[in-house]
Design a protein around this ligand. Structure first.
Ligand SMILES: Cc1ncc(COP(=O)(O)O)c(C=O)c1O
Length: 372
């Protein structure tokens, strides 16, 4: 290691760089392909809400030269009204990713423990690692669900935060209202319970918890949501937390001065009114999930019914060659090797056409690669 590299904090030297779903631009460059579909990052296959797009263009034309509001006032009121909470209970940042970092900067001391699923969204572990805290991986149940009792059993005096990804990425499974209730009742108030509901709008299981209704009783509860998925604003980067006003007040002491750009603020505000886009997105997702299930059944593959906008497939054999063979056909999916699932594949739900192309590419890739 060079002298300059050795200057880094030891917790950074222990880290590996995050590997996101492969961007289309990269596949174009590397494989020289032009016709590519991305089914890897659980984005909105219908694009961006038309109302949001108009609002963003207008905002940039009028105010692109001005700093945005540090705390988005009108958006905060609208989101608060939507959930029936006070505007002082809402905090926005540069995507949920930004919210997660601000939570860490605000609350985590070195050596404290963060509990999260063993197979879950990686941002919680990444944040804990950057804060020199300890990420404790809680094994999932055999049906790939977060195990609430295992979380409860693992709480120690050093535990500061619990991350529940609900629905869980990459498995698409949920914690039920009963389980959520049991967890909240069992966790001491000295521990923050952070429920990441990035995909909650896609969940149609009546057992999915109504987390907002717990806020008045649990000041240690933080709910995170995003405009990246249902609202189609992943490229704009805006997510939020809903929590007790004191928790939000602390986050506001920590955040960057202008974490959410003007286009994102204007786009998010307009997207909330785009009921047609929201309805179409949910409809395409519901049908798309079923289409994928039928196709996966036909291929004889094991998959898990999803409460999100992606489907987790257990290929029963190493995923990387299959992933590479799909990539060569211009179809980007997400191999789950980095999640610790060497046989796992995650397919984002797309349009009917994209789903059909993905299933066909998967079939060809399975035929072209030999199981180990
Ligand atoms: C569970 C989960 N939380 C948060 C995020 C990131 O959300 P944002 O785009 O708002 O940063 C993702 C992105 O895929 C996710 O899967």
């Amino acid at each position: 290691m060079s002298k300059v590299a050795a200057l880094a904090r030891p917790c950074i030297l222990r880290r590996k760089a995050y590997i996101p779903g492969k961007p289309v631009e990269e596949v174009k460059r590397e494989l020289g392909l032009s016709d590519i579909i991305k089914m890897a990052s659980n984005e909105n296959p219908l694009g961006t809400s038309p109302l949001a797009l108009q609002a963003m263009i207008r905002e940039l034309q009028e105010n692109g030269n001005r700093y945005p509001e540090s705390v988005p006032h009108e958006l905060g009121r609208k989101v608060a009204q939507f959930y029936g909470v006070q505007p002082e209970q809402v905090f926005f940042d540069n995507g949920e990713d930004g919210v997660i970092v601000v939570l860490g900067l605000t609350f985590l001391n070195p050596g404290e423990e963060v509990l999260g699923g063993e197979i879950t969204f990686s941002a919680y572990e990444n944040m804990a690692c950057k804060m020199d805290a300890t990420y404790v991986k809680i094994p999932l149940t055999t049906d790939y669900r977060l195990d609430v009792d295992a979380f409860l059993a693992r709480i120690t005096p050093r535990t500061k935060m619990i991350f529940l990804c609900n629905p869980n990425n990459p498995t698409g499974t949920i914690i039920t209202a009963d389980e959520f209730d049991r967890l909240l009742r069992g966790v001491p108030e000295s521990v923050l319970i952070i429920t990441d509901e990035a995909y909650a709008e896609f969940a149609d299981d009546p057992a999915f918890p109504h987390s907002i209704s717990y806020l008045s009783r649990y000041p240690n509860l933080v709910i995170m949501r995003t405009f990246s998925k249902l609202m189609g604003l992943a490229g704009l980067r805006i997510g939020y937390a809903i929590a007790h006003p004191e928790v939000i007040g602390l986050l506001l002491r920590t955040h960057e001065p202008f974490p959410v750009n003007r286009a994102a603020q204007a786009g998010a505000l307009a997207a909330l009114d785009d009921v047609d886009f929201i309805r179409r997105t949910l409809d395409v997702n519901r049908r798309g999930r079923e289409q994928l299930y039928v196709g996966l059944d036909a291929l004889g593959l094991r998959y898990y019914r999803s409460q999100a906008n992606f489907v987790f497939v257990d290929l029963g054999r190493p995923v990387e060659p299959v992933y590479a063979a799909m990539l060569e056909q211009g179809v980007i999916v997400r191999p789950l090797t980095s999640f610790g699932l060497g046989h796992g594949l995650r397919i984002s739900v797309g349009t009917a056409e994209e789903n059909a192309r993905t299933l066909a590419a998967l079939e060809r890739a399975l035929a072209a690669t030999t199981p180990a």
